[in-house]
Design a protein around this ligand. Structure first.
Ligand SMILES: Cc1cc2nc3c(=O)[nH]c(=O)nc-3n(C[C@H](O)[C@H](O)[C@H](O)COP(=O)(O)OP(=O)(O)OC[C@H]3O[C@@H](n4cnc5c(N)ncnc54)[C@H](O)[C@@H]3O)c2cc1C
Length: 380
């Protein structure tokens, strides 16, 4: 009997069927165009909302799917296997900042619109001079009466083009050094004076995903948009929520490795060399056997993480291990699979070529893998 993921219940399986149908029918046919324009269509967000694909693990009282992280994992896996880059994951992450720390008024104002896809979320932490070291954030928010006045810039922001709601990391107290003066403030960007989105950043992969710089020039937002009720909580909020983001990256990593093995197995059965299918060559068989083994080890590990997360028992060190090891595994497997495609593996027309370029960033964002090793090492 082949291995089955324990967290995939009948309900989750049914959800997967509807998500897969939606992705194949509505999103896959748009991919070449999205890559060209360097962002998804705005309509894709509302279509995904109408299909019930957004915020699957947010309570239905706020418009979400009312499911668990298992439902979120399904969407991540299906998007990965379909080769669709759509900022679903970030939308969900932003929603979970609101769920964890937002006031009732903030949750009611934004979550239902995010679930419908009317409002696209982004999380803006990184700055030109502050990536791994978030204590170096320089963007500021100064309290003036009932408002915050925001100045500064952010870079590498996923969903940047479409974002109507930015969860923004700022210094509310620039006089306090390090993490203490950092806060998270929600910024509604529509028609907002002083707010500007830069052009799409030219990446080596994930071309259909909008990744942009954001600029804030005396931008005024209501003081009520502060997250968590008091200033100075931003750094600990990010540290508490980043493991969720890392788990989503790990889930995508395993799905990508599995998909690479699957499409490469098909390819080497069809392609011939020296009068026989590539699969008849021992090197091909051994390479794919090793890749399939690594993908399955990854699967068992990530399944364990998903189950523990759903049960509220996943620790941050295991999440860091999953993000680090599974994304390294993803890149190794995809690189080996690309090699088995020969020159065609280098052609962007072939999915394996795009997967190779797309996968590289997995070792960088959501905390680099070097930072993951630091986190793991603290537990030694
Ligand atoms: C496609 C893409 C999408 C992204 N989306 C978002 C987003 O939506 N929101 C957001 O806020 N950010 C986003 N990021 C930014 C991403 O999180 C950062 O790039 C990442 O955290 C690394 O920061 P940095 O690029 O400044 O690299 P740096 O911090 O300058 O790191 C450079 C190198 O030094 C290493 N290094 C740094 N510190 C240490 C240390 N203590 N020990 C060992 N090695 C170390 C790093 O591992 C890395 O190899 C995105 C990035 C990309 C490429």
């Amino acid at each position: 009997m082949t291995y089955q993921s324990g967290w995939v219940t009948d309900d989750v399986r049914m959800f997967r069927t509807s998500v897969r149908q939606f992705i194949q029918k509505e999103l896959v046919p748009q991919q070449a165009r999205w890559r060209e324009q360097q962002r998804p269509d705005a309509e894709a967000w509302t279509a995904a909302g109408a299909a019930g694909m957004l915020l699957p693990d947010v309570p239905d009282t706020f418009g979400g799917g009312g499911g668990t992280f298992a439902h979120t994992a399904v969407v991540l896996e299906e998007l990965t296997q379909a080769g669709v880059h759509f900022g679903f994951s970030i939308q969900n992450i932003v929603a979970h900042y609101l769920l964890a720390y937002g006031s009732d008024a903030q949750k009611c104002r934004w979550l239902p619109r995010m679930a419908r896809g009317d409002l696209v979320g982004a999380i803006a932490m990184s700055e030109p001079a502050a990536g791994s070291d978030l204590q170096g954030i320089r963007a500021t928010a100064r309290r003036v009466g009932d408002c915050y006045v925001i100045n500064g810039s952010k870079t590498f922001i996923t969903n940047g083009w479409h974002a109507g709601l930015v969860c923004l990391a700022v210094k509310t107290d620039p006089a306090v050094a390090g993490w203490k003066g950092i806060s998270l403030i929600f910024v509604e960007t529509k028609d907002l004076p002083g707010y500007r989105v830069g052009g799409a950043l030219d990446k080596i992969g994930m071309h259909g995903q909008d990744t942009c710089e954001l600029f804030f020039d005396d931008v005024r937002v209501p003081a009520a948009n502060l997250l968590g009720g008091a200033e100075g909580k931003g750094f600990s909020q990010m540290m508490e929520r980043l493991p969720y983001e890392r788990l989503t990256v790990a889930v995508g990593a395993v799905a990508a490795a599995e998909h690479a093995v699957s499409i490469t197995t098909k390819y080497v059965k069809e392609r011939t060399a020296f009068g026989k299918p590539l699969l008849d060559l021992q090197n091909t068989r051994f390479t794919l056997a090793a890749c399939k083994t690594q993908a399955q080890i990854g699967r068992v590990f990530v399944d364990n993480c998903i189950e523990r997360f759903v049960a509220g028992q996943l620790d941050d060190v295991s999440t860091a291990m999953a993000k680090y090891w599974l994304t390294e595994c993803q890149c190794r497997v995809i690189d080996d699979c690309l090699q088995l495609h020969g020159g065609y593996g280098y052609m962007t027309e072939y999915p394996i070529a795009r997967m190779w370029a797309d996968s590289r960033v997995q070792r960088i964002y959501a905390g680099t893998n070097e930072i993951m090793k630091e986190l793991i090492a603290w537990s030694l």
